[in-house]
Design a protein around this ligand. Structure first.
Ligand SMILES: Nc1ncnc2c1ncn2[C@@H]1O[C@H](COP(=O)(O)OP(=O)(O)OP(=O)(O)O)[C@@H](O)[C@H]1O
Ligand SMILES: [Mg+2]
Length: 458
């Protein structure tokens, strides 16, 4: 792979040394520009984005430190190397705080300088590469605030990219807490409608008698208590998106009216006969199976087809366990911002093994609680997790174990599980090794052997 020629600015007031060093650097493939004063260096830095700065610290007038400051301030990715006189260690340390990659002490061998240069360039290359990889990962593992790395979620992200751009009606199904509302919002924010409103209405939260007025608005005197006219959610969402949550709870009478809006894009406010036209994208959500409700006669079939133009199904969290570490780390960052709190291996195992009936919302709550209980500690442990998560004595099926991208040290990991189980067996048997061995279905001597190997268990 051919690298672009690195551009290097060499600043030194000792003419002979500078000329020789520059010549040798050129032989090694660097494009070198020389400056004999700090002032000249600042001028050159104004004109060109160098990759590398090599400067003497002691210069008459503007000194090396000022040159470093100016270059790092202007080009944060520049590799700055400082040449110091012998004994100027303190000065060098001060300069080090200001973004210097490395130092060379005078008098130096040319090879020493080359070594320092290569090391610094390699570090910069890795940093850039990591930043790039990180941005790639973030892109892949999320879509508009929805996190996930499991196969079903990645497939969903791809689908979302396409459907967000259309105006088609979408029906999102999924158990409670699977992220239906997050998905609806992400669709809106990635659509052409993002400059207009996202209006959400939970159909089950409003009494049936008021739901119609809530959706379509009403005029004064339309019903008892209707003191003034009011626009409904459809009008509020004009040009934007209307999110109808729990659409399955709507009465058959209202279903009829909703069908009409979806077909004709117009309606009347309650108590009025004037037709209102709207341009609204509807996203509906339900945690019950609408197709079953259709079969049972509880939901209109024609409305079901109108809503189900693009069906999006959010799988329960237990069917996409690969998302658990990503989500857990995300929530940890939210509840303990800037604190660099980690999740212990045993806590992560418990998170991976649990069935999460309340899905992502339950995971979010569990971590909020854990952060509160762990008050100030650097690591969340399984004891900080809600009681229902505490794994029983049975070994965990390997499908529940997180396999990180960077791989795992299998023997160390298995050893930690072994240690954990031995610990618990001894705990349960109040330290009686005979009973603990029986519980683990191994010979007592084997248990003693293992204990010797893993050291005492507190
Ligand atoms: N993939 C995800 N990435 C990040 N956060 C998520 C994800 N899925 C869900 N959440 C979070 O979990 C919580 C529940 O999500 P949301 O309210 O969208 O679920 P829901 O399916 O609408 O639930 P319900 O059926 O109970 O209304 C929210 O706080 C949301 O931010
Ligand atoms: Mg919801």
């Amino acid at each position: 792979m051919s690298q672009p020629t690195p551009h290097l600015l060499l600043v030194d007031d000792e003419g002979a040394l500078r000329t020789v060093t520059a010549a040798r650097l050129r032989e090694r493939g660097f494009e070198v520009v020389e400056a004999e004063t700090g002032e000249k260096a600042l001028e050159l830095l104004e004109q060109f984005a160098f990759d590398i700065l090599v400067t003497d610290l002691r210069l008459p007038g503007v000194d090396g430190r000022q040159v470093v400051n100016a270059s790092v301030g202007r080009y944060p990715a520049i590799v700055a190397i400082v040449i110091t006189g012998y004994g100027n260690f303190k000065d060098a340390l001060d300069a080090g705080k200001q973004g210097v990659a490395d130092f060379v002490t005078k008098p130096f061998q040319f090879d020493e300088l080359m070594h320092v240069l290569h090391k610094a360039l390699e570090q910069r290359r890795l940093a850039t590469e990591n930043a790039y990889l990180r941005s790639q990962l973030e892109e892949r593992y999320q879509f508009g605030g929805i996190l996930g790395r499991s196969q079903p979620m990645r497939a969903l992200f791809q689908l979302l990219e396409t459907v967000a751009r259309s105006s088609s009606t979408i029906l999102i199904t999924g158990e409670t807490g699977t992220g239906k509302e997050v998905v609806a919002r992400a669709i809106h924010h990635n659509s052409d409608r993002r400059a207009h409103k996202f209006v959400a209405l939970n159909c089950s939260a409003i009494p049936e008698t008021l739901l119609e007025a809530e959706l379509f608005g009403h005029v004064r005197g339309a019903f008892t208590g209707a003191v003034g006219s009011r626009e409904g959610r459809f009008e509020q969402a004009h040009k934007g998106t209307l999110f109808l949550d729990e659409v399955g709870t709507m009465s058959v009478g209202l279903q009829m009216k909703l069908l009409r809006v979806l077909q004709e894009r117009n309606f009347e406010r309650v108590g009025d006969n004037q037709t209102v036209k709207v341009d609204v994208r509807v996203i509906a959500a339900t945690n019950s199976s609408l197709s079953r409700m259709v079969a049972d006669g509880a939901f209109r079939e024609d409305l079901y087809y109108r809503l189900n133009v693009i069906p999006l199904e959010l799988p329960p969290l237990r069917d996409r366990r690969d998302d658990i570490p990503v989500l857990a780390k995300h929530f940890l960052g939210r509840f303990a911002p800037g604190a660099e709190v980690k999740i212990s291996q045993s806590a992560m195992r418990a998170l991976m093994a649990y069935s999460w009936p309340g899905n992502v919302r339950q995971l979010e709550n569990a971590l909020e609680r854990a952060v509160a209980l762990g008050a100030g500690r650097r690591e969340i442990d399984s004891a900080d997790l809600p009681p229902e998560l505490h794994p029983r004595a049975s070994a965990l099926p390997s499908a529940f174990v997180e396999l990180p991208d960077e791989g795992i040290n299998l023997s160390r990991y298995l050893a930690s599980i072994e240690r954990d189980l031995i610990h618990r067996a001894l705990e349960r048997c109040v330290g009686n090794r005979n009973k603990a061995a029986a519980l683990l279905q191994i010979k007592r001597t084997t248990l003693v052997e293992k204990l010797k190997r893993i050291g005492p268990i507190q």
